[in-house]
Design a protein around this ligand. Structure first.
Ligand SMILES: [Zn+2]
Length: 68
């Protein structure tokens, strides 16, 4: 079974390349000593990003810039 997580991140603002609020879907993830690393994709524009989630009760934060 494949589980997809989708979330919006209003802190993800790239004023030069962004024309909409990305809706991030988790493509894959793995656990590290710092937390869970998420590889996310915006289905609308194809942008990708790497996020880090320190705790399951805390929203992920961007580790990389949006890659379009
Ligand atoms: Zn997008």
């Amino acid at each position: 079974m494949i589980t997809r997580e989708i979330y919006n991140d209003p802190t993800s603002v790239d004023t030069q390349s962004r024309t909409h609020e990305h809706g991030w879907a988790v493509e894959s993830s793995h656990s590290t000593s710092m937390g869970r690393v998420l590889y996310v994709l915006c289905d609308a524009c194809g942008a990708r990003r790497v996020d880090l989630q320190h705790h399951t009760q805390v929203p992920p934060a961007a580790l990389s810039k949006d890659l379009i």
